[in-house]
Design a protein around this ligand. Structure first.
Ligand SMILES: [Zn+2]
Length: 261
């Protein structure tokens, strides 16, 4: 009898521990906007291009393998990406601008694709947008962008621009950085202690304030901020007043955007 009780206890505790430590799975989607059409304006000759199959496979692989593997490995497989890719042929003409003839995608530019997605279908949707001209020079304002929380229900929306995407050492970083914006916007409501460096500065932009330096020895895809992003996702950034801050297990116990706990 004692033996049986012991066995039951072991089975029960491994069930409970398993429930506490099992992975959370984020349903993610990458929409590759393969056609870009920007009309000529002033001295700017405009852009009218279709992404090459090589470009499409490079973007797909970065998302599907490199970024998903990084997330899984940095979280010791406590956080996983379920990945899915769609190629959209709806011509993209970004309606946002910044100085020096730069363009940015606004939420309304994504309507043709978002209208095919229900608001509770994905935790995160990434859009890859090619804003390079005939000389391969980017006319995008940024390397990436993330829309404010609740732009599309609980689903986080980020844009990954072609800027820097030719440099293999940057590729993964843009996905990881932009997803970090989505994660912090969500987990902050649970009181997860995050880096702080000013009222209007997103936590993931605080690297210099915590004395992190660009890391020349970062692995492929994370050229500059490998150590910062690693500590950020692990929740191991040392804050002189608050101990360790960042995401990590204290964030993951609150589940995903579609299934908060
Ligand atoms: Zn950012």
């Amino acid at each position: 009898m004692k033996y049986l009780v012991c066995l039951l206890l072991i089975a029960y505790s491994s069930f409970v521990l398993g429930a506490e430590t099992g992975p959370i799975v984020f349903k993610t989607l990458l929409v590759i906007r393969s056609q870009t059409t920007i009309p000529p304006y002033g001295s700017f000759p405009g852009i009218n291009k279709t992404m090459s199959p090589e470009d499409i496979s490079r973007v797909s692989e970065t998302y599907h393998h490199l970024a998903a593997q990084w997330v899984s490995s940095v979280t010791s497989e406590k956080v996983l990406w379920q990945t899915e890719i769609r190629i959209s042929k709806v011509p993209l003409s970004p309606s946002g601008t910044c100085q020096a003839d730069g363009y940015r995608v606004l939420p309304k530019d994504l309507d043709p694709d978002l209208s095919h997605i229900s608001q509770k279908q994905y935790d995160s949707v990434f859009f890859y947008v090619d804003l390079r001209d005939a000389q391969n020079t980017s006319v995008g304002c940024f390397a990436g962008d993330t829309f404010p929380k609740n732009t599309f229900g609980p689903t986080g929306i980020s844009i990954i621009y072609s800027d820097r995407f030719d440099e293999q050492y940057w590729r993964t970083q843009t996905f990881i950085h932009e997803w970090g914006h989505q994660l912090t916007a969500f987990y902050t409501q649970f009181g997860v202690p995050l880096p702080y460096c000013g009222k209007n500065i997103p936590p993931i932009h605080c690297a210099p304030y915590y004395n992190y330096q660009p890391d020349p020895n970062s692995p492929p895809g994370l050229k500059q901020w490998s150590q910062w992003l690693t500590d950020f996702y692990k929740g191991q950034i040392s804050d002189p007043r608050r101990g360790y801050v960042g995401l990590g297990p204290r964030a993951w116990i609150h589940g995903t955007f579609l299934a908060p706990q």
